[in-house]
Ligand binder design. Structure first.
Ligand code: FAD
Length: 467
């Protein structure tokens, strides 16, 4: 009988306790269940998931001669069938506590009972380990981070062997090479493919290594969208192509061995703790993606759908930094963190639009889509999250641009490519815009200043009155 591994997100051979447990039971049979929830993922995350699956499949074939078995259906039907057919003793899965997956795990458990075994690895440590003095959940980042650093994250487990015995007698599944999980993308796959970063575990380790070599200036430069100063690891972490425990272990060793990089690495790890904080919050509060963390915010008179929201989604707000960021996301599936904050602030504060509209647009558009980080950060910007920005913190995109994109290199890359011909990125955006999208001119001077001041005053009045 095979050792059965139910793939969810941990597309890796390093630090994967679920994979090791499956290997102990017999020749490995790795199965991916293409269920309705996967089909319902946003376009860019679905497209990126397929890349992760392919990369893992190629690695598995190299190691074992067998690929991933892709089965269509719901896990509670497909997995018990597979267990019956193959005689597998258990189903092992790396724990991915996303709400739809947790629901699926619950349904499988109803059929298989404790033959479904969940394993750690998605997080630095188990949420139950981190509690306040009163035994409660941390709602504020700083004490959470202090507690985590004091306790120390869990250690990664040993990597899987290079040679693996694969299970060859399994049923036939869908063909991965023709799967095409995201055929109907509004932006067109070709554009994303042009700007894609390499996927897979080897690419993740290489990216981490390269980043650590020059992490020194990270603290000073991480807010600059015109520089390439951050790790770019978020896609890999979102898909589990590398585990946060591995990131932590490698980074800590490097900080000791290479003192000039140490301060940057420490700052980088504090960002990895933000990811951890988001997941601990989501586990404790699974409705975080739909409901404001602070219940009183349910009453806030947000704008719903509007022409202004459509213009924001199309990167046609007229505000250079906002439109540049939204175009970057449309073309590459990525957006710099500082610019994410600026576009989110513009939508929720200046346009007084419900943060969930922005969240949904990001859910559809980000290749590093992470249900916990996305929800926590939108709630943070909108002011309704547990550890949120105060309501009067309203970014002025022009000031942000002057400070963090001082030579306008980032804006020019995405907007006009001025001076000189349009950049490859700006051209790709124009090519990928559906008919009927107008490309708005970018406001300069008075117009922008007036829009910003008026929006800010409106926001202060609305938020102030609400408070
Ligand atoms: P680095 O600066 O190199 O940071 C290292 C790692 O720390 C990242 O890979 C990421 O895993 C984690 N991290 C960094 N910043 C944050 C943060 N603010 N919150 C949580 N984790 C963080 N990140 C996602 O991974 N997925 C999302 O869906 C997502 N949605 C966001 C939505 C909004 C409105 C905002 C403001 C931020 C969002 N972020 C999200 C966080 C952040 O923008 C990205 O993690 C970061 O830009 C990724 O680039 P990097 O890997 O180069 O980050």
């Amino acid at each position: 009988a095979p050792g059965l591994l139910w793939l969810s997100r941990a597309f890796r051979f390093g630090d994967n306790p679920a994979l090791l447990a499956a290997l102990k039971e017999g020749p490995l049979l790795a199965v991916f269940v293409l269920d309705a929830a996967t089909r319902a993922l946003g376009c860019a995350p679905r497209w990126r998931l397929e890349r992760a699956l392919r990369a893992f499949d190629a690695d598995l074939r190299r190691r074992s001669g067998q690929g991933v078995l892709v089965l269509e259906g719901e896990a509670q039907d497909v997995l018990p069938d597979l267990v019956r057919q193959t005689g597998a003793a258990r189903v092992h899965q790396a724990y991915w506590p996303e709400p739809a997956m947790q629901a699926a795990q619950g349904r499988v458990r109803k059929v298989l009972g404790d033959r479904l075994v969940l394993h750690p690895g998605h997080l630095l440590t188990h949420p139950g380990r981190l509690r306040t003095g009163q035994g409660g959940v941390y709602r504020v980042y700083s004490p959470f981070a202090r507690a985590l650093r004091a306790l120390g994250p869990d250690r990664p487990v040993a990597p899987a062997p290079e040679r693996i015995t694969g299970y060859s007698a399994g049923p036939r599944g869908l063909d991965l090479t023709t799967l095409n999980l995201a055929p109907d993308m509004y932006r067109g796959r070709a554009v994303l493919e042009t700007f894609a970063l390499p996927a897979g575990e080897a690419a993740a380790l290489e990216r981490l290594d390269r980043f650590l070599d020059q992490a020194g200036p990270y603290g000073a430069e991480r807010d600059r969208p015109d520089l390439d100063a951050t790790s770019g690891l978020s896609e890999h972490l979102a898909l589990g192509e590398i585990s946060p425990r591995t990131v932590w272990a490698i980074s800590s060793l490097r900080a000791e061995a290479d003192p000039p990089q140490a301060a940057g690495i420490t700052k980088f790890l504090s960002e990895v703790i933000w990811r951890e904080f988001a997941w601990h919050l989501l586990i404790d509060f699974p409705h975080m993606a739909q409901t404001p963390w602070r219940p009183e915010w349910a009453e806030f008179p947000w704008q719903g759908k509007s022409a202004a929201l459509t213009r924001w989604q199309r990167a046609e707000t007229g505000i250079a930094l906002v439109d540049a960021g939204l175009r970057e996301m449309r073309v590459t599936g990525r957006m710099h963190n500082r610019v994410r904050m600026v576009v989110a602030s513009w939508l929720t504060k200046h346009l007084l639009t419900d943060w969930r509209s922005g969240l949904a647009h990001f859910d559809d558009s980000l290749t590093d889509w992470d249900p916990a980080a996305n929800a926590m950060n939108w709630q943070w910007v909108a002011g309704c999250g547990p550890d949120a920005a105060p309501y009067f913190r309203i970014f002025n995109p022009e000031r942000q641009a002057e400070q963090f994109d001082p030579r306008a290199r980032y804006r020019n890359r995405w907007l006009a490519g001025w001076p000189g011909p349009p950049s490859a990125e700006a051209s790709a955006y124009l090519d990928s815009a559906p008919p009927g999208w107008s490309i708005s001119p970018h406001w300069r001077g008075d117009g922008a200043d007036r829009a910003m001041a008026e929006g800010r005053n409106r926001a202060l009045a609305a938020f102030g009155a609400f408070r």
